[in-house]
Design a protein around this ligand. Sequence first.
Ligand code: GCU
Length: 631
Amino acid sequence: MIKMQALLAVAVICTASAAHAAHATPARLRLATVESSPLLVGAELRPGIDLSGTWNYSIDPYRTGQAGFHGESPDPGQQRWRDVDVRAAMANDNRVLYEFDMAHSPVTTLPSSWLTEAAELRHYQGLIWYQRTFKAPAPRAGRQFLRFGAANYWTVVYLNGHAVGRHEGGFTPFAFEVTQLLRDGDNQITVGVDSQATPATVPPPVTDWENYGGVTRPVRLISTPETYVDDAWVRLTRQGMLAVDAHLDGGRAAHSPVHLRIAELGLDLAGTTDAQGNWHAIRAVPRALVRWSPESPKLYEVGIDAGEDHWRDRIGFRTVETRGADILLNGKPIFLRGISLHEEEIGPNPTRDMTPDAARALLGEVKDGLHGNYVRLAHYPHSEAMTRMADEMGLLVWSEVPVYWLVAWSNPDTLATARNMLAENILRDRNRASIAIWSVANETPVNEARNAFLRQLVSDVRRLDDSRLVSAALLVDRDPKASVPTMTMVDPLAEVLDVVAINTYNGWYTADRLADLPGSVWHLPAGKPLIFSEFGADAKAGFVDERAAPRKFSEQYQADYYRKTLEMANRIPTLRGLSPWILKDFRSPRRQNPDFQQGWNRKGLISETGRRKLAFQVLADDYEKKQAAGR
Ligand code: GCU
């Protein structure tokens, strides 16, 4: 079992012990420690207390809760996490000063981004403190953990006035053990979240999507037995065997009896963990096993029993690989009829609160509306609500880390952050049948430092998960002298990828006539599957231009663009998938045309409120034909 520590001896951003997470100086402090944080794989299915709901919040734009005015430890009067009744303390002693009072600060509802909480926060990027109280389960046996689905971007957590840990990264889960810090009655949790990106973060400050700061996924208090299954991966190998890797954590992790059970298959595979609490087993596949596929998304109730712990997950079994230019699902060639998505729910004022219902609404547009079988979840790990919904509905997934555009390729901290984020994403979702491709980057400039950085990430993918494909969304060179659009893939990273993925926008960001697109020439690596990971054009829903040559931002232009780009794409012999940009209009501060954009990127095939544009049907017709032809 590849555990976090093994991979991330370099630096683990997540710090699990109170000692380490002492009151630090500025929020950018990066705590590198070789301690790994609990993974709690499958945690969302474990019993626990959901801490969603009403929280107090206090903004802290100068980060006074993290450092004093000379950068030293913060004044006690600014320490939002203190376990104190501010009003009573100041009423009882006129020497006492607090310049905050969390219990009487404004309230919000988590999970959500603060951007939608109040007008004055709409463009706030910085540090905000959240606090609430909750009652711990009593009596308490075993162990208790605070688990965050995600918080964007830097997070520090305190319980009852004690630091319990910090985490860097806006899109992956993290957990801290709090067994010794919980008390009977009310417990006070304080969370500091700082959304401010820097040139060293992943992603860097400039992207093409809204930076939703906040606790954007659920927070839960999870209970486990003293020894529990912290990591588990159960899958079909490419050789068609059933494999299980599990890691126990706790006093009785070593040399413990364990069972893998799949009742529907009558399977009960017994084993014993080794001295490190790891168990690896492999066996022939039960003949009755029905493989997962988009047409038949069969999921099994899978259990691993280890002493008092009964780990559970719902898992689909399938294989995905390449053979020459083909992508094979369960040994058969498949064409990925997809679309890209950001993590934004349908509605006029999204707050990145991706509930199962919100995920179902988006994926229903792909599966039923577009006749799709695939989604590119761009540009960062999406909520587990989304990847579990893809499992249930039968959609293959491209899962990505936000190594996006201008990353600090030569900064070892940035590489450590990217590696940690990639590992957290893979270790969270290895049991998701829907995930077929791990992506390590998007539209990154070709240079030696970037090539080395990305080759390391590709190597990490191969080490953590040998059952899936690895790719990255690449750019191509265009011959400025050619009489027709002529593109060549020269990116050396393509050599180490299973799937060559290309973003192309000829006819939108270029002066090409749409009529010239089908005649485009592509020089691509032979013998490798090609996915167009992006192409797209903006259209303001309802903006109509019926002229023979409709103008950009009209629905007619977007529809014509799709017709001609699809005609071009379908001529490429190694094309095996499409994820046009993008299903739904999404917030982007870079898009400020006052007539058409108003802070939204309008390349969606549906508007932010779900209104379908003309181009939606153009893509749906193309996919319906491909589906009918068995592609
Ligand atoms: C780029 C990028 C996207 C962006 C899109 C666009 O390719 O990958 O994140 O939103 O193009 O320009 O709309």
